[in-house]
Design a protein around this ligand. Structure first.
Ligand code: FES
Length: 101
């Protein structure tokens, strides 16, 4: 089963295998996306803003929470943000690149 990832601010759409993480699906689909630590939950350069379909992503685990907290502060956990290397896709989603750094 595949799902659709739409990158709304770039006008690009890629397919994700069920359970594939967002980052792998983006890279596989030819979309360039920063991932400084190589997908090991140790930076936040792969972050995405989830515009639609947050319920179609795997639940955030402690590792991802800790990394987001460490690099971006506690309040980022209240927003619609995920690390693309840690969020597995289980349905269609729409994402964009967050403006914060
Ligand atoms: S690539 Fe570094 S946390 Fe995802």
């Amino acid at each position: 089963m595949t799902h659709k990832i739409e990158v709304v601010d770039r006008d690009e759409v890629v397919e994700a295998e069920d359970g594939q993480d967002i980052l792998q699906a983006l890279l596989h689909g030819g979309v360039e996306w920063m991932h400084a630590c190589g997908g090991f939950c140790n930076c936040t350069t792969c972050r995405v803003k989830v515009e639609e379909g947050m319920e179609n992503l795997s639940e955030m685990q402690e590792d991802e929470k800790n990394t987001l907290r460490r690099f971006q502060g506690e309040e980022v956990l209240e927003g619609p943000f995920r690390l693309s290397c840690q969020a597995d896709v289980h349905g269609d989603i729409k994402i964009s690149e967050p403006e914060w750094y």
